[in-house]
Ligand binder design. Structure first.
Ligand code: ATP
Ligand code: MG
Length: 370
């Protein structure tokens, strides 16, 4: 049985914005990210689940119970938002246990849970500090500790890391993942950062203009994006899109290609010739921005240092088995990439919610209509 079920949720304002017809199932203990560009409806979904917003249509079930009409306090969930919303005049410890006091949890129990959660979030020793005496990362961890100490099975997070600098985002991201595992939380995590969604989640919901574009395990979305929108939103650098005609393809086809599938050859020896715009050497790999009139965002990731110079024209090799074919008009995926015979033998369906991320060579069956 699913732990969280959204059934046809719609919430709009004057027939605009918000979200339409959102259906989703999540097992207990799963880490789900809601991903998408600004204004696509991510926070609206979270606010509906939290009970801060009422749907115009559809139902919400948590742990088998229909909570659609229940107030937030009766939904048995915790929340972490982008603004830490800490009380400035209370210490770290007081901020963390504030909710437990309100719920009249006994003093000894409070102290026990506080010590545990402070240790888990790496805040031990800071309990007497005020929020103004903490770094951004520490404040965010206080907000996490406050949500964790509530011991609610469902935790909703709305862009909890966006106030942090890149380095802190990384370390707090790990904290969140570890905390969720330790406490066996079911987490719904809103972000516009595809790297965050891909690295944290068992399952990703990609949103576009108030609707679900694609649902799947991170590796599914990466290997088989349902549309050019998904293909370009996920992956860094994004998937290259090449006009099919440039590669001798019939019909109105756009060819999608991950940059690591590309290799380079001398000009005239590849599937097409492109100019090297930029070379970025990163130690283990080299990233190249390439230019061709029929390609959008053509890029290559090559192992080790590059043997080429910016401005040079090179042949770009685009293996047939790595090409994804999209309908140029609708943008939707036309056909799965060809697999090599070995991969076909190893194929097996992914467990529900993509608990273990399948490799790109496996063919996980995910209901894309969800
Ligand atoms: N109270 C409201 N009244 C009118 N329109 C709203 C309201 N809340 C949200 N919207 C609209 O609904 C759409 C989705 O908003 P939402 O806040 O869910 O987006 P989001 O994906 O969280 O964006 P961001 O990444 O910028 O936070 C937007 O177009 C927004 O303007
Ligand atoms: Mg938002």
């Amino acid at each position: 049985m699913s732990f969280l079920a959204l059934e046809g949720l719609t919430r709009q304002w004057d027939g605009q914005g918000g979200v339409r017809d959102i259906s989703l199932d999540l097992r207990q203990g799963a880490f789900l990210s809601i991903l998408g560009p600004s204004g696509c409806g991510k926070s609206t979904i979270l606010r509906l689940i939290a009970g801060l917003e009422q749907p115009q249509a559809g139902r919400i079930k948590i742990d088998g119970r229909d909570v659609t009409a229940l107030p937030t306090a009766q939904r048995n969930l915790s929340m972490v938002f982008q603004s830490y919303a800490l009380f400035p005049h209370l210490s770290v410890a007081e901020n963390v246990i504030f909710g437990l006091k309100v719920r009249r949890v006994a003093r000894a129990e409070r102290a026990h849970r506080l010590a545990e959660v402070l240790a888990m979030t790496g805040l031990t020793g800071l309990e007497r500090r005020k929020p103004s005496e903490l770094s951004g990362g520490q404040r965010q961890r206080v907000a996490l500790a406050r949500a964790a100490v509530a011991e609610r099975p469902l935790c909703l997070m709305d862009e909890p890391l966006s106030n942090l600098d890149a380095k802190l985002r990384h370390s707090v991201r790990r904290d969140i993942r570890m905390l969720a595992r330790k406490l066996a939380l079911t987490v719904i995590y809103v972000t516009h950062d595809q790297g965050e969604a891909m690295s944290l989640s068992d399952k990703v919901v990609l949103m576009r203009d108030g609707r679900i574009e694609q649902v799947g395990a991170p590796a599914d979305l990466y290997a088989r994006p349902a549309s050019t929108f998904a293909a370009q939103f996920i992956g860094e650098p994004a998937m290259s899109l090449i006009d099919g005609a440039a590669l001798g393809q019939d019909g109105a086809i756009t060819i999608g290609l991950r940059p690591e599938a590309v290799s380079l050859a001398p000009a005239g020896h590849g599937d097409l010739d492109a100019r090297i715009d930029d070379i970025e050497y990163l130690g283990g790999e080299t990233r190249m921005a390439l230019r061709h009139p029929a390609a959008e965002g053509l890029a290559a990731i090559l192992p080790g240092p590059a043997q080429f110079e910016p401005g040079q024209t090179v042949g770009v090799l685009i293996p047939k088995e790595n090409r994804l074919l999209f309908d140029s008009v609708t943008g939707s995926l036309k056909k799965e990439p060809q697999q090599n015979p070995k991969a076909r033998i190893r194929q097996n369906p992914a467990p529900e919610d993509g608990h273990k991320a399948p490799t790109s060579t496996q063919t996980a069956k995910e209901d894309l209509s969800k």
